[in-house]
Ligand binder design. Sequence first.
Ligand code: EPU
Length: 338
Amino acid sequence: MTLLQNYPLQDITTFHARVFAKYYTVFSSAEFLKKILSSPELKTKPFIILGGGSNVLFTGDFNGVIIRNAMEGIEVLKEDDSDVFIKAYAGEKWHDFVLYCVHRNYGGVENLSLIPGTVGAGPIQNIGAYGVELKDVLVEVEAMDVHTLEVKNFSNVECKFGYRDSVFKNQEKGNYIIMSVTFKLKKNPQVNVSYGTLSKELEQMGITNPTIKDVSNAVIRIRSSKLPDPDKIGNAGSFFKNPVISNEQFETIKSEHPNVVSFPATEGFTKLAAGWLIEQAGWKGKRIGDAGVHEHQALVLVNYGDATGKEILDLSDKIIQSVKEKFHVELEREVNIF
Ligand code: EPU
């Protein structure tokens, strides 16, 4: 195994903050991953697995090993008249996988078009957008136990998915490396256009009976207009989760702020649009040095050039504090901070 030293993370993380890892290595097969995990160097050093680097913020240099997952490939495992089971390896770019499915008219992931990152990162936070979550189409996750090097298959239920949440962020945090994900997709797809912004966009495009390709195109149009392109302005998508509060607390907020934007959640609870809360607290489009709040979507923090991870984290602390003062709601970060 070759460990590169003092490796820059600026180009392999979408926040593009200037930080270095003491060591760096990459694997593209299960055999190679086993070799890395059983090497003496790994026994004594902390390590982090990186996919597309699109949901992480490093607040300083990392004094350990960055291991990049580059296992690639997409395979059809089985199919019948209505369904197709597809296995995608963890290092595949998520959006390339979506396009693979859309081009073949395999339905289920089109609403998740243009989400940055890799297939392997998807299950960790149960990626979701425009009315669909990964858990709706995921069959199983194949992962390697970092301690025993055994391979385990997690069924959809065993993944314990929640809103931006899974077993890989909780009980099994740091214990497994995801190698592949298997999906069940529809060969005669029914589109899901229940999300308001999506149905409005299709209407504006003059489409009344959308195909999954139309849905994918509409999602790409919405995301491109609202969310900054990480290749141009550093960011990691939504920096915070939309907070879920009790219906009782929601009624109190609504009585003071009748325009509050909310979504249904599990019984007894309401999900608030964090972007709205942050905008109302006066942060939308604000900038402190090179760290800023995006002008079109307040949920997204951006690096205009030379912001350090620490400056972005400090900005997020200020936002959490002022939303708490104004609404008595505690925002939780969605991005992984190291
Ligand atoms: N809003 C504002 N101001 C803002 C942003 C939003 O008032 O600056 C209000 C608007 O009323 C808007 C509503 O909030 O209609 C919802 O905004 P949007 O449709 O952009 O969705 P979101 O709740 O802000 C979530 C996900 C996004 C996902 C979209 C679409 C989270 C943390 N974020 O954002 O996911 O693309 O829904 O489904 O759940 C990501 O996770 O990185 C991500 C971008």
